[in-house]
Design a protein around this ligand. Sequence first.
Ligand code: ADP
Ligand code: MG
Length: 238
Amino acid sequence: MGSIRLEQLSKSFGEHAVIPSIDLEINDGEFVVFVGPSGCGKSTLLRLIAGLEDASGGRILIDGKDETATPPAQRGLAMVFQSYALYPHMSVRSNIGFPLKMAKMDPAEIVRKVEDAARILNLGDYLDRKPGQLSGGQRQRVAIGRAIVRSPRCFLFDEPLSNLDAALRVAMRLEITELHHKLGATSIYVTHDQVEAMTMADKIVVLNKGRIEQVGSPLDLYRRPANIFVAGFIGSPK
Ligand code: ADP
Ligand code: MG
């Protein structure tokens, strides 16, 4: 569960065709990274998949079913935002459980799900703290916890590490890919950072001006960049 197929997916804001037309296949369980320079349409593409933006044309199929018009909460996907999207006045417990409370889940079930997520993320001892009493890495884990509790078929990450310092970024990359394997879900991870893409991805999608320049494994892109843009961006010889 968690395959995604984009068919001639497009998005315009007024006259500006941010995404002219994208076709892409994402397999169940894959860790896919969308990488490209700032402003190339990465967030817009992720938001289209999440249902936070309406498509101007084309289709989004999730596990073979057309979900183009499905509201975000019913797509079975969970978006991980940067850690500053936490509620500062609420405990870690309430932050992680928030989406379940919104979904009117039984309170005892919420407790169980939150504690399971906290265990996976090593946050068990911090459930009663407020975000302000946590380190940057712990805050990021709470943001991930809020996605995990919904048991999504796919995680959508939009530059989740960009406000962390360099050393922590390296550690969190490892944590995120490890978690991805542990949970067995599909992940789509957006970044402008080539190193992040090359070290985390099973499959990299290189975007430029709303178009796909190349799709391939990190090794494919390094050994056989499709064009000068990819070679320059990935930093490989061509
Ligand atoms: P990235 O995430 O790769 O930096 P974005 O998807 O945020 O790029 O933006 C791609 C382009 O779409 C940019 O030119 C941006 O200004 C434009 N854009 C994004 N969202 C909107 C919006 N809501 N209204 C108008 N233009 C937008
Ligand atoms: Mg962006």
